[in-house]
Design a binder for this molecule. Structure first.
Ligand code: BGP
Length: 452
């Protein structure tokens, strides 16, 4: 052994960043003309969100962004994925523009610049204006038209400050979980046909986001989708199990990544959906299929797959009851999901520029003791996932960056403030921020540009 460090460095241009989203951290839910979002409404309905937590104050980032960017900079973070709150810009979704919303983000981008932090901006991270939900929400093309206008407005407004754009965050979550199972706002339980139509409208909005950046983004602007693709891991890294995992991946991701790649809904998806398939209008796939510059993947967990028996293409292996997981019940710890998700996106759909736009873990009790939070479980989670990212790059996968979810503990949707995903602890009573052990660890990864 000649080296004192474990691994070779990441490629020189590999991006290490952190992520958060407007509704989860900003607070100021009704300040300066902001309109009501579907989460503002949903969180006030009894029993929908843990402890009835609302987004009213959250991390008060709206008033404390300068301090937050100073903290980010002190940890060496140079890339931050954030989202814009649509209801701050257009309080009713369409209609009147709210100049105070534009002015807020102008101040925020100026502060990021001062602190040497590059913005990666998501146009939509789930906070649909309630006024649009009242007109059908994601079930209606009214939302598509309103989004197109919103995207045009913000890309034009911030073309000078923002070069990295992401259209939508996790289509499955704000359609299937919001209009199908109803666990996310607006909490509707609609038929499969309606849910599939919400997917289609979201894909159209992604297309409008790409179009807006091409039209108004200016020189050097890049754009892509952030998807939480369904991810699988071959039980053994053998040709038979890898082929089974590929078949599973293609099937489960046919309606988003498959459709975008093919420029139409894949035949096997349409066969499975039958009469519930989305209604497609002429020209829709001209938008949905627009070429993008990168694909963002939010990777948290995975499903184990092996070669199927009796001629089946694959078999998903159920997790044993005591398989390790974070406090989020859905978050089973499967670091190889990063390797296989990125590799399959490159191999099966030909993506040439991939980013992990979210990866992280949520735990409930993380007390500050003596000025420290000793979150060794998060440090371990992070390190093990980075090793798989590093392995993917070593195997030729075009993975260009990694954004950790999240910079700071925040409003975790229906889990409210109970679930903490941050590398910075937030005391919601005092708004005191305390970097956790994992933040110090990640700072060292960023500084040395390798796994430490
Ligand atoms: C992703 C979202 C994030 C964040 C994260 C944690 O799905 O894009 O906004 O919330 O998940 O998950 P959750 O809050 O659902 O436990």
């Amino acid at each position: 052994m000649t080296s004192l460090t474990y691994s070779s460095p990441f490629p020189a241009d590999f991006v290490f960043g952190v992520a958060a989203a407007a509704p989860q951290i900003e607070g100021a839910a009704f300040a300066d003309g902001k309109g009501e979002s579907i989460w503002d409404r949903f969180s006030r309905q009894p029993g929908k969100v843990h402890d009835g937590d609302t987004l009213d104050v959250a991390c008060d980032h709206y008033h404390r962004f300068d301090e937050d960017f100073a903290l980010m900079a002190s940890l060496g973070v140079k890339h931050y994925r954030l989202s814009l709150a649509w209801p701050r810009i257009y309080p009713n979704g369409d209609g009147e523009l709210n100049p105070a919303g534009i002015a807020f983000y102008r101040r925020l981008f100026a502060s990021m610049k001062t602190h040497g932090i590059t913005p990666w901006v998501t146009l939509f991270h789930w906070d649909l204006p309630q006024a649009l939900e009242d007109r059908g929400g994601w079930t209606s093309r009214v939302t598509v038209d309103a989004f197109a206008r919103y995207a045009d407005t913000v890309v034009q407004a911030f073309a000078g400050e923002v070069k990295h754009w992401i259209t939508m965050n996790e289509i499955r979550c704000f359609t299937r979980l919001a209009y199908g199972s109803g666990t996310k706002a607006p909490g509707r339980k609609e038929s499969a046909a309606v849910v599939n139509q919400t997917f289609h409208h979201a894909l159209l909005c992604h297309g409008h986001g790409v179009r807006a950046v091409r039209e108004f983004g200016g020189a050097g602007a890049v754009v892509g989708l952030t998807d939480n693709c369904d991810v699988c891991i071959p039980v053994t890294e053998t040709p038979a199990d890898i082929a089974a995992a590929q078949a599973w991946f293609l099937e489960k991701n046919a309606h988003v990544l498959g459709a975008m790649h093919a420029g139409h809904y894949p035949a096997d998806y349409l066969a499975r959906a039958g009469a519930d398939a989305p209604r497609v209008e002429p020209g829709d796939f001209d938008l949905i299929g627009l070429p993008t510059d990168h694909l963002g993947l939010n990777i948290y967990t995975g499903t184990y797959v092996r070669a199927g028996r009796n001629g089946a293409a694959w078999e998903a292996v159920p997790l044993p009851i005591n398989y390790p997981r974070a406090d989020s019940p859905w978050l089973h710890i499967a670091p190889q999901s990063i390797y296989w998700a990125t590799r399959f996106c490159a191999e099966l759909y030909g993506h040439r520029s991939l980013y992990i736009t979210e990866n992280g873990c949520g735990y409930n009790d993380e007390p500050v003791v003596g000025g420290e939070v000793l979150d060794l479980h998060r440090r371990d989670f992070l390190r093990n996932h980075l090793r798989e990212a590093h392995r993917a790059i070593g195997d030729g996968v075009p993975l260009h960056g990694y954004f950790l979810w999240s910079f700071i503990d925040n409003y975790e949707w229906e889990d409210g403030y109970q679930r903490r995903f941050g590398i910075v602890h937030c005391d919601y009573a005092t708004q005191v921020r305390t970097p956790k052990l994992s933040a110090r660890y990640y700072a060292e990864v960023i500084r040395s540009h390798r796994i430490v």
